[in-house]
Design a protein around this ligand. Structure first.
Ligand code: ARG
Length: 455
């Protein structure tokens, strides 16, 4: 491509370190689309003759058909997908192919292709997150009043419902969705026409190419347009946040599937066995989702570090932008799909959850609140009285609601029999009616609202 200036070809290692075709061939569809939009605009502006543009456009379709049928060859001598496509075009239609690159540089070309690719990636993630949300909502609905222990410090704290717990993840995913949507809206400007860095003297219609590629308009500064990779970082940071949420859910599945918890039985499809221990059902998929989150974070860090010291405008370091984004996208896609499958097919052991909720003195706060409400004690004093009741129940080896009335009376004479009304886990969750609380009625309302907002 630049033979005019050079007497010798590159060293073999130069060729290898320089080539991006092994990975950027994933962008061939975007590259073809960008070229078709560019040449149509060149023709409309009278920069390239209509018949030449038509030959180029048909040639690009033929290249695309060939890629579709045979894949993209990894010819390192052709460096990247842009040069690969142009060489193929030239082989098909002859020297007229050389008119395609008028008023264009690989710098604005790659910036455009990569934006298009990331935009498609975001659309795929949004679809996958909708399916995950749907799976969570379905399970939350079925278990809107299934009582389980809620934890702080991983110690039994207060009873909640499984539906409420799953809906916490629906909230997280909804924020992730909004981050991806923000990223998509922000990145949706077209760099094409910025050329190498300074713009071009050709009379382009940048609005036309932008519109043809589904962008909201052209980017406003040519230097920024060819050197900005914020859009990829926005994608990676949104992906990292999502992966982090998936990792917390995965961690809970690992914990819940353990024998001491026994809160969930993963389906056969989402478990693995052991080559030595016949009894095993391991939650490998959940562990890998947890593990992948670390790698996704690594992808984000990788591109941040690539970008942090780069002067304007384009430097070849920026070619390293694609591998972490592609890797992240593959890992995230697998992670979301695996979590969706695990959630949809898991069996929740609600009897086991209830049993643990009932045994951990989880309604102690309810008794303290009752002392405040019914017996007029200051909360701090009620806390102390309740602590003594828990201690006594522990000594006797009974649950709080099994502690005989005489014991309560001995601890504090201001009690009456109605205290037992608040000690059951069902009464406890039903009483948490504050907005956003775990009462089954609230959970059902939250599910309905979430379904409505998905429409
Ligand atoms: N393969 C290059 C990349 O991915 C394309 C841009 C090349 N531009 C250049 N000035 N060498 O970044």
């Amino acid at each position: 491509m630049w033979g005019g200036r050079f007497a010798e070809g590159p060293a073999a290692v130069m060729r290898e370190i320089n080539a991006s075709i092994p990975f950027d061939k994933r962008m061939w569809r975007q590259d073809i689309a960008g070229s078709k939009a560019h040449v149509a605009m060149l023709a409309k502006q009278g920069i390239v003759a209509a018949e030449d543009a038509a030959a180029i456009d048909a040639g690009l379709d033929a290249v695309a058909a060939d890629y579709e049928a045979n894949g993209v060859a990894e010819d390192l001598a052709l460096e990247d997908i842009h040069m690969q496509t142009e060489a193929k075009l030239a082989a098909l239609i002859g020297p007229v192919a050389g008119r395609l690159h008028t008023a264009r540089s690989r710098n604005d070309q790659v910036a455009t292709d990569f934006r298009l690719w990331v935009r498609d990636a975001i659309d795929q993630v949004l679809g996958a997150l909708a399916a995950l949300t749907d799976a969570l909502l379905t399970r939350a609905e079925a278990h809107a009043d299934a009582v389980m222990p809620g934890f702080t410090h991983l110690q039994s704290a207060q009873p909640v419902t499984l539906g409420h717990h799953l809906m916490a993840y629906v909230e997280m995913i909804a924020r992730d969705v909004s981050r991806f949507r923000d990223a998509r809206a922000r990145m949706n400007l077209c760099p094409l026409g910025s050329a190498a860095l300074a713009g071009t003297s050709f009379p382009l219609d940048r609005a036309m190419t932008a519109a043809a590629l589904g962008f909201d308009g052209p980017t406003r500064n040519s230097l920024d347009a060819v050197s900005d990779r914020d859009f990829a970082l926005d994608y990676l940071t949104a992906a990292t946040q999502t992966a982090l949420h998936l990792s917390r859910l995965a961690e809970e599945f690992v914990l819940w599937a353990s024998q001491p918890f026994g809160f969930v039985a993963l389906s056969d499809q989402w478990s693995t066995g052991s080559s030595i221990m016949p009894q095993k059902r391991n939650p490998d998929a959940a562990e890998l989702v947890r593990g992948h989150a670390g790698r996704i974070m690594g992808c984000m860090t990788s591109l941040m570090v690539t970008m942090k010291g780069l002067p304007l405008a384009y430097s070849k370091d920026m070619q390293d932008d694609k591998p972490p984004v592609f890797e992240c996208h593959d890992l995230l896609g697998l992670s979301i799909a695996a979590m969706t499958g695990m959630i949809a097919s898991a069996t929740f052991r609600t009897d086991r959850m209830r049993g643990l909720a009932e045994s951990g003195f989880a309604t102690a706060t309810d008794f303290a609140d009752w002392l405040v409400r019914e017996a007029g004690l200051p909360f701090r004093e009620a806390h102390h009285v309740t602590g003594r009741a828990v201690k006594r129940a522990e000594e006797l080896g009974v649950r709080l609601d099994e502690l005989p009335y005489a014991e309560f009376e001995a601890i504090d004479p201001r009690v009456n029999q109605s205290l037992y009304d608040v000690l059951s886990v069902d009464a406890s969750v039903a009483s948490r009616t504050s907005f956003g609380g775990t009462a089954p009625a609230n959970v059902r309302a939250a599910i309905a609202a979430a379904r409505e907002s998905l429409r």
